[in-house]
Design a protein around this ligand. Structure first.
Ligand code: GCV
Length: 843
């Protein structure tokens, strides 16, 4: 039996070996998908006819980058150093330049299609009797993109003879937002500290910034705002601009334009005015002077992103002005310099009255921005999160995409996994983004998929496109998880070409990242493609969004945090039923914000797809889905299914050992193993919570029944005391034990009553970030295992964020054996223990 086969048969019982692994991985991930790993001899031979020489048709920073990249890539992959010549040699050659430049060499050349903007062409042709490979762009930036594409073909084992590839991006806006603070922290960043800032200064060493720009250029990204949308008021200060200019200089060789976030109140708060009213001419002058200076220092500055009247950020509502007024006053100051304003539609009231059945946060963006359609200047782009709430594991597409026909728009996607496992869970988001982009808003009864709307095609808009919140950090692998880089790669690829399938994107990424072995490519792709469905299954099914702690970390399970507060992420889970009624007929009326055709899908429960049912409708627990199964049984089943899928990722990954370097292999193994353990935490917490609320038992008898589980509070305790865990569903039975304050070590002991045999013992404990407790497991006084609680998880409390487990394998147990866990607390972490679970050995 293959290892994978074995794993698939035993996925319900998970191997959990998480002790000691953190998530600030070192390792070899820094080059991400630009590794240019040496190809095997056979593959390398197939590039035997590649010219030995390259010529660059002009001198510019971007063309120099392109040529440098070409030489670096070919040397890395094929072990050959291309000769760089200044003029066309009498031999076969790779030509790098723009179409205009090449036509000066060969006036008979006409590309088969018109190249504009960032488009490029890879073409094999003959010149002066020699074979020539052309990497041509409409602009220098297009040439750079073409060069990366050429090298990507080689890395993926594709042919580079008889080339005739034309590529043009789907949209002109392909930007990244970073949420970096000047103190060096990154809001919702899980890959380490800021690559840009430290201690309120731009870092002296910007090597990582240049490396980042190179990665971004390789996937066609042409702009990046470096500062948090919760904007720092001093970002345009005179002493800071020269520092920003250094970031712009680090981006420039790769064609990435710099932007920053500004706050609309800056004219008053730091600008010396007594107002920031956007209609006051002094305010307009202030912005004009600021940006005139910005462009003096950074002539290719791209523009700014604005978050206003949202989550505590001041906005135009202070003066009863509109979002258009606020956007336009800034846009007019940028206009002479060709800069743009991204004005975020993420504007909502987070003090909603949860008792009001008509209140609905989902309505906010459309209610506020739809009446302003046509009022924004032509260098304002309204930036819209893909769903009406906030980057949840599933939401319907924001109705605002169909609600703006005379306004430029961009879609905001979240690469950093704030609500989707924070990179401790592998969740490949491209399939989700793709569903949103393909969703047809059916505006005026026509075919208006979101990918066409944001590209400006549907309503003939000149600007528009894609913004991804990436939040990379200084960690070697940028995002804190090697597999998470597929999201950054996939964002760029989709922004370039939203017709690409998730399968094609992950195949590309996997080959570039881990090599071309077909078995390994297939298995890594399977993990990635199954990861969003798995995560959704254990964290937020049937349109419930993500049932995480929305009041704190946004990480572990805490479903009750959705309710009874002003944030409006309510799921209305009561004892008789659950779901938000957003219908026109009986609910909040949110459905009415969609076109008539889309309303027909969402207005009735029977037409609504099962996976969004509870986003739109309040139904009884026994409501039958299209699958024929009740809502409550589906909740139970999906949570078991999701946890089992996560367990299978560990098995799939193990099966590619030897195809991946040891560092990345073991780092990803640790990450997936932890994920599998946390998926069990999610499964039990959500199922227990709904069981208590609904009172409906699981038809399959699993929920609340845990064979082999011994609650820590039921063990014989020395030094440990019993506590109530908050929220209760994060711990089995709602309780855990913690080592009393005065104790240096504590023990919990139980007698084994089962049959003699080989067993595994799972110890479920809490790994807080305010100490590194040690655990030791004894069998009849013999030390059989020890591990530290050393993960980096986002809490100082025993709860759903910190719950995890450790497996001790291969124990020979006999009836009457004494199993004892010793916990040695450290600082605020009092060696908290939830339960142990004893399973017959699986192998
Ligand atoms: C930058 C969510 C996040 C915030 C973020 C906000 C936004 O609410 O939790 O951290 O703030 O979205 O997108 O502005």
């Amino acid at each position: 039996m293959s290892y994978t086969g074995f794993c698939l048969r035993t996925i319900v019982v998970v191997l959990l070996l998480v002790g000691g692994c953190g998530f600030a991985f070192a390792g070899t991930g820094g080059d991400a998908w630009l590794r240019y790993a040496t190809l095997g001899p056979e593959q390398a031979r197939s590039y035997g006819t590649l010219p030995a020489t390259t010529v660059r048709l002009a001198t510019s920073e971007l063309l120099l980058s392109a040529q440098k990249e070409l030489v670096r890539g070919v040397r890395g992959m094929l072990g050959r150093t291309l000769r760089v010549t200044a003029s066309l040699p009498d031999e076969s050659v790779i030509v790098i330049g723009t179409v205009v430049q090449f036509r000066k060499v060969d006036a008979t050349f006409w590309p088969s299609r018109d190249l504009t903007g960032d488009a490029y062409l890879l073409s094999s042709t003959r010149l002066h009797g020699y074979d020539v490979t052309l990497i041509l762009g409409a602009t220098d930036r297009g040439v750079l993109y073409g060069t990366f594409a050429f090298l990507s073909r080689i890395a993926r084992g594709e042919s580079v003879v008889s080339l005739n590839e034309f590529q043009a991006p789907s949209a002109s806006i392909r930007w990244i937002n970073q949420w970096d603070n000047l103190d060096g922290t990154v809001e919702r960043g899980y890959g380490g500290r800021s690559i840009f800032f430290e201690d309120r200064h731009v870092r002296s060493d910007l090597t990582r910034v240049t490396e980042y720009a190179r990665l971004l250029a390789s996937i066609g990204i042409n702009g990046c705002t470096a500062t948090n949308v919760n904007a720092d008021l001093h970002v345009l200060d005179p002493d800071f601009l020269p520092q920003l200019a250094r970031i712009a200089a680090a981006f420039r060789p790769y064609g990435v334009q710099l932007g920053v976030a500004v706050n609309v109140s800056m004219p008053k708060q730091v600008g010396g005015l007594d107002t920031f009213d956007p209609l006051d001419s002094r305010v307009a002058n202030w912005w004009q002077n600021e940006f005139d200076e910005v462009y003096r220092q950074i002539p290719d500055f791209g523009g700014v992103v604005v978050k206003a009247d949202s989550e505590g950020q001041l906005g135009p509502s202070v003066y009863r002005r509109s979002a258009a007024d606020a956007a336009n006053v800034i846009a007019r100051a940028l206009k002479p310099h060709h800069g743009v304003v991204f004005y975020r539609a993420f504007v909502y009231n987070h003090h909603l009255d949860w008792r009001d059945p008509k209140a609905d946060r989902a309505r906010a963006a459309y209610d506020i921005f739809h009446p302003l359609d046509g009022k924004f200047d032509d260098n304002v782009i309204v930036q819209i999160k893909y769903g009406p709430i906030d980057f949840q594991v599933r939401e319907p597409a924001s109705p605002l995409f169909g609600g703006l026909q005379k306004t430029d728009q961009s879609i905001e996607l979240q690469i950093t996994q704030e609500y989707t496992g924070q990179q401790r869970h592998t969740v490949f988001l491209v399939p989700m983004w793709k569903q949103v982009l393909d969703f047809d808003m059916r505006v005026n009864g026509g075919h208006t998929p979101i990918k066409d709307i944001v590209a400006g095609k549907s309503f003939h808009r000149p600007l528009g496109g894609y913004v991804g919140v990436a939040n990379v950090g200084l960690d070697k692998d940028w995002l804190g998880n090697h597999l998470a880089l597929a999201n950054l790669y996939g964002f760029g690829r989709l922004a370039w070409d939203p017709l690409l399938t998730p399968e094609a994107i992950i195949d590309e990424w996997t080959r570039l990242t881990f090599g071309n072995d077909p078995g390994a490519v297939q298995k890594v792709s399977r993990i990635q493609l199954d990861s969003w469905p798995a995560y959704e299954s254990y964290t937020g099914v049937l349109g419930l969004q993500t049932l995480t702690n929305i009041l704190g970390s946004h990480y572990g399970p805490a479903p009750q945090s959705q309710e009874r507060n002003g944030w409006g992420q309510w799921i209305r889970a009561e004892d008789e039923g659950l779901g938000m009624d957003r219908t026109i007929s009986t609910g909040t009326g949110f459905v009415g914000q969609y076109s008539k055709d889309v309303q027909k899908i969402y207005e009735t429960a029977s037409n609504t797809p099962d996976d969004l049912l509870l986003f739109f409708h309040h139904v009884p627990y026994q409501y039958k889905l299209h699958s024929g199964k009740s809502v409550i049984q589906t909740i139970y089943d999906l949570h078991y299914d999701g946890a089992a899928r996560a367990a299978n990722f560990v098995c799939l990954w193990r099966s590619i050992r030897g195809y991946v370097d040891d560092d990345r292999y073991s780092e990803v193994l640790a990450q997936l193993t932890y994920q599998a353990s946390h998926a069990i935490v999610w499964r039990d917490a959500i199922n227990d919570w709904f069981y208590r609320l609904s009172g409906v038992p699981d038809e399959k008898g699993r929920v609340g029944q845990h064979p082999g589980r011994v609650e820590a509070e039921a063990m014989t305790l020395t030094g440990y005391t019993v506590i109530d865990v908050v929220p209760w569903e994060a711990a089995s039975g709602g309780k855990a034990i913690v080592c009393a304050a005065a104790m240096e070590s504590c023990t919990a002991e139980t007698k084994f009553e089962g049959a003699a045999g080989w067993y595994e013992v799972d110890s479920q404990y809490f790994d807080q970030n305010n100490g590194v407790s040690q655990f030791r497991l004894f069998l009849n006084g013999q030390l059989v295992d020890a591990w530290p609680a050393a993960l980096s998880l986002p809490t100082t409390e025993p709860n759903g964020d910190s719950a995890t487990r450790h497996r001790t394998k291969g124990l020979a147990l006999r009836p009457g054996d004494m199993i004892r866990i010793e916990g040695i607390p450290d600082s605020g972490e009092r060696a908290p223990l939830d339960y142990i679970e004893i399973h017959p050995r699986q192998e």
